[in-house]
Ligand binder design. Structure first.
Ligand code: NDP
Ligand code: 2IT
Length: 446
């Protein structure tokens, strides 16, 4: 049996009930066989085995009182996966589906994503099975305060720096930060995605979506294509989806769908700037559901319980959640003429969907490369906080664009070097892995 199969068997035995983590782990290690062959010392030093085991996992009870006076109990967690390159860095997800398997998969992806950004940040992730949907601001605040009352002793500006993810946006980061500051008596860059008036970086809210589209621009450029005049299908209607849509419009593309967990809206005339502003207000201020779009925009239709991949497009941007494009969705996309898929979400494509992209030779930007703009800009926020400085919008955006362009080049170069020309999936894994593995080798057996 090959080295990577052998290692995978061991992690399966250790954590048989963690399907998302096993999926993310296999997607990386299956592409690393040639790297290990070229670097046999990595085997003896168990680099793969070490990278697959988190440095530390913290699980804790989060009790809080709801508006009726009833006490609720959720589970909190933080997986501090790898600190070879810098302090642990990665988001917090608040969603009822959160399990240790999901947080481990996200933390594992984060290690390589963060390495690709070229910034000094390690990989981590955390969250809770708390559902912010339908909760009052007071309930969300009490939950966040209770969550941070335990988490604060495990994090710090040079230790571990959480941020947002699904269900954690500016409101939650504010409540979490306030409680951290109160408990630690430190005003420091311990969280990113902070408010613009109190240490948050300009462009951080936009960064994942903008960065995704900068990556798409590079991916298409390499094939002599461009976004201008192309039709884009987007899933999700949260932070990443909204700013991906905005940047597609800036580049002259058309966006015809957005979605949430109830279904998708299809607007054949295109979601223009004014309609996108309406969606941003719906989701971010009124905290409404995407189905409400069709009441206001009669040309559009709502498709209950469905995902948007059946709508013909040239570019598909999954920006909702993991495993949202399966084999059949991928086949439909390719058969309808889609030639580029770039992942705003983490692991939105199942392994069989990825096989379809590769067989169809379409441009495929894996999440750990394509959505790295969010964490890259978080790292720029950390730099600004450490310098007690605040950069102009244009400076942060230019830096984000440069980082995304560089990530695309790194992935393309690593793919070519290992005989997989044009395969950014393999390239992202190898380029990210080599940076982390070399740092681990330098730092001894820890
Ligand atoms: P938000 O909470 O802002 O939005 C999430 C969106 O995805 C909502 O439209 C939500 O719909 C939908 N969604 C969530 N869970 C599901 C589900 N199980 N099935 C169908 N739809 C779902 O999160 P973000 O936009 O921040 O995150 C979206 C994705 O991008 C995630 O995969 C995240 O890990 C990834 N990501 C985020 C980054 C960031 O900076 N925020 C950085 C890099 C990646 P509903 O409202 O119905 O739940
Ligand atoms: O998945 C991700 O990269 C994020 N949710 C952002 C992490 C961060 O620290 O900004």
């Amino acid at each position: 049996m090959s080295h990577v199969h052998d290692i995978f068997d061991k992690i399966k035995q250790r954590d048989p009930a963690q399907p998302e983590f096993l999926q993310a782990a296999w997607e990386v290690i299956e592409t690393l066989e040639p790297v290990i062959e070229r670097n046999p010392h990595m085997r003896e030093l168990a680099v793969l085995e070490r990278i697959l085991e988190p440095e530390r996992m913290i699980l804790f009870r989060v009790p809080w009182m709801d508006d009726t006076g009833q006490v609720q109990v959720n589970r909190g967690m933080r997986v501090q996966f790898n600190s070879a390159l810098g302090p642990y860095k990665g988001g917090l997800r608040f969603h009822p589906s959160v399990t240790l398997s999901i947080i481990k998969f996200l933390g594992f992806e984060q290690i390589f994503k963060n390495a690709l950004t070229g910034r000094p940040i390690g990989g981590g992730k955390g969250g809770s099975d708390f559902d912010p949907k339908g909760k009052s601001d007071g309930e969300v605040m009490r939950f966040c305060q209770s969550f941070m009352t335990e988490l604060f002793r495990h994090i710090g500006a040079n230790v571990d720096v959480p941020a947002g993810d699904i269900g954690v946006g500016g409101r939650e980061i504010g409540f979490l930060y306030g409680q951290y500051k109160r408990l630690s008596r430190q005003w420091e860059g311990v969280l990113t995605g902070k408010g613009q008036g109190w240490g948050g970086s300009l462009i951080r809210p936009e960064a994942t979506g903008y960065g995704l589209v900068y990556f798409v621009r590079e991916m298409l450029k390499a094939r002599g294509e461009a976004i201008d005049g192309r039709t884009t299908v987007i899933s999700g209607s949260g932070n990443v989806a909204q700013y991906a849509a905005e940047k597609i419009l800036d580049y002259g593309g058309t966006v015809v769908t957005m979605s949430d967990s109830s279904g998708f809206i299809h607007d054949p005339e295109g979601i223009d700037r004014a309609k996108l502003d309406w969606i941003m207000d719906l989701k971010n201020v009124r905290r409404g559901r995407i189905r409400e779009y069709v009441k206001e925009h009669p040309g559009a239709t709502f498709h209950e319980g469905k995902r948007p991949w059946s709508v013909p497009c040239e570019i598909a941007l999954p920006c909702a959640t993991q495993n949202e494009i399966d084999l059949e969705d991928a086949e439909t996309l390719v058969n309808n003429g889609c030639f580029a898929v770039a992942e705003g979400a983490n692991m939105p494509s199942t392994p069989r969907a990825i096989e379809v992209y590769e067989a169809g030779r379409i441009a495929y930007g894996p999440g750990k490369a394509a959505n790295a703009g969010g964490v890259a800009t978080s790292a720029l926020e950390m730099t600004q906080n450490a310098q007690f400085d605040r950069w102009e919008r244009e400076r942060v955006d230019a830096e984000l664009d440069r980082i995304m362009t560089e990530i695309h080049a790194q992935c393309a170069d690593a793919a070519a070097e290992f005989g997989h020309e044009g395969d950014l999936f393999v390239g992202a894994n190898i380029a990210g892995f080599l940076k982390v593995a070399n740092a681990m080798l330098d730092q001894g057996v820890v």
